[in-house]
Design a protein around this ligand. Sequence first.
Ligand SMILES: *[C@@H]1O[C@H](CO)[C@@H](O)[C@H](O)[C@H]1NC(C)=O
Ligand SMILES: *[C@@H]1O[C@H](CO)[C@@H](O)[C@H](O)[C@H]1NC(C)=O
Ligand SMILES: *[C@@H]1O[C@H](CO)[C@@H](O)[C@H](O)[C@H]1NC(C)=O
Ligand SMILES: *[C@@H]1O[C@H](CO)[C@@H](O)[C@H](O)[C@H]1NC(C)=O
Length: 421
Amino acid sequence: MSIKDILTVLSFVLSTTAGPVLHGNGGSVPLTQRRSCTNDDGWFDHGMAAERVARDHNKHRNNLMNLQKNCGREAFNEGANILPPMDFTSGLQNKKRQSESLVDEDNDEYWAGRLSIGNPGESFLVNFDTGSADLWVPSTNCTDSQCSPKQKYNSSASSSGVPTSSSFLIKYGDGSSVSGPVWTETVVAAGVKVTAQNFSPVNTLSPMFGNEAADGIFGLAFPAISSMHKTPFLLNAKNQGRVKSATFGIKLAKTKSELYLGGTNPSLYTGDIEYHSVTGKAGYWQTSGGNLVVSNSLIASSLTTIIDSGTTFIYGPPDQVDAMYKSVPDAAPYASMPGFYSFPCISAPSNVAFNWGGKNWTISAANMNAGKVSLTQCVGAIAAKDLGLGKNTWLIGDSFMKNVYTAFSFDNNSVGFATLK
Ligand SMILES: *[C@@H]1O[C@H](CO)[C@@H](O)[C@H](O)[C@H]1NC(C)=O
Ligand SMILES: *[C@@H]1O[C@H](CO)[C@@H](O)[C@H](O)[C@H]1NC(C)=O
Ligand SMILES: *[C@@H]1O[C@H](CO)[C@@H](O)[C@H](O)[C@H]1NC(C)=O
Ligand SMILES: *[C@@H]1O[C@H](CO)[C@@H](O)[C@H](O)[C@H]1NC(C)=O
């Protein structure tokens, strides 16, 4: 037996003797959501929603381009294709959004938390994103104006940073990009310390990140969609003996939101976690065999579903989304936001659910309601959009995740849901 085999057996024994992958010696990062697409008075923020749709589109376009580069087109979901980029800067709505952000300094709309990079540790606020797979923060070498309000990684102030020969690049539809060299560094998140973690200290930062409170992004998906194509943080943590289980759990809610690294946090859910195997080679936390139900009717079946904490809404194929809203009393396409639907606020549906052959995981009326657009009408959180991710494929974001506790396991390649406590 080689040392590697012994270690593999040992880590297997450690993870199994610890019982099911419930909680390892991991820890949690509190998450805050400072802003959503619903403003404080409950109105739907059109400009922000339009910007979000474009961002989601372009993020997944980049993921597909990375997937093609890393694994070839044979890794694509059936029917997946790289769509043209969506422009952020066009349209009155984005101008409105930009002017709003000038008066609102604290408008981070994602689920952000802290981690530290370097020795001694330099602290960053990052968006934890299960729909992408790279870790990047601005570098002191970034001279773009949008870098100036951010925390920046200073390689001269750290004894543990090592440059590699690789580089990192994400391109956006407006021609802007996020790019920089790839370094290895000590990264600590939730008390879990990993050495020689690949990350990018970026020296160009697209203006689309200028509005955000977060400094960078911590992608939590698989290397297949990563620009760096390197081992994810949590697998390194397990390999380095820092956690027993390469599993993480997420709770997204108004209060007590957190990311748990190295297991799940049983104090936040009740009952068992219903796990489903990750399917396909697309690099996402993706499962198959999903069903969309409204009350007693099955609306769509055999769905491929991607769980993405970095996406606000839920996007599905237009015909299926339309069929779903036909079961919602008085719902109709919302002309001002293509792909979105509106309904009377008082009848926001509380009976829309996804299931994967087990429990029905229902979306609450509050989470189905993305905000008021008139005194009586509200916009729904499920929108009809083809992001090129594949046939029958749904991108399931925070509007769903806020209803459940979600577990993501690299150990047995599965995504699970549990009932929030
Ligand atoms: C994944 O691991 C958990 C915890 O050990 C287990 O309960 C679950 O059944 C597993 N799921 C799959 C799909 O293997
Ligand atoms: C910043 O730039 C300096 C000078 O070019 C270089 O030596 C250093 O490696 C760069 N640091 C990072 C993190 O890119
Ligand atoms: C980076 O750190 C070095 C060493 O501590 C310090 O001299 C330098 O001023 C720092 N640079 C920036 C831009 O903060
Ligand atoms: C889920 O909802 C569908 C449609 O109402 C129903 O047929 C099915 O029995 C439900 N499943 C469970 C496990 O309750």
